[in-house]
Ligand binder design. Sequence first.
Ligand code: CA2
Length: 180
Amino acid sequence: MAKRLPLRPVVTYNPAIYRHIAGIWMANSLAETIYVLNGPNLNLLGTREPETYGHAKLADVEKLCADTAAQFGLKADCRQSNREGELIDFIHEAHAKKAAGIVINAAGYSHTSIALHDALMAVKIPTVEVHITNIHARENFRHHSFTARAAFATLCGFGIDGYRLAIAGLAARIGVKAKA
Ligand code: CA2
């Protein structure tokens, strides 16, 4: 009779691997989220008026935000809408999901929208307003921002780097330090 080979498990159980996977899962699911909201026409970034808004695309801005947030152990949930009501829904969602902060460039709605101001005031989430251009060096109608009144800080004129600076400032405000 043929000699039976000793049975060997096909899959070896390595607890270290499972701890590693669990660690990644927990780090991702527990990471605090910031919402990055971009308003009307910002989906056109990098495709029109580069002399005013630069060459970077919205996807570049969103990657910059995700990378910057990750440096602080944060997640960036980036949204863009051309509709005022949808931007308001995003702000409500940020509240429902217990977002740690909001970075908002409400674009043209910054100068017109009491409703967006009210939504930001209602949710009481630490908010930074960003404008790519220096709105104070442009037409008079851009000098006033309703949404800025609901933000603890406003950055304008730094180009898309303003988003990176806004996230760093927001992290400092909420007491989150850069990861080594
Ligand atoms: O400087 C900013 O970030 C602004 O929020 C941009 C808004 C403008 O209404 C604000 O006054 C300042 C306009 C966003 C339009 O984005 C475009 C991007 C590329 C091409 C055309 C429009």
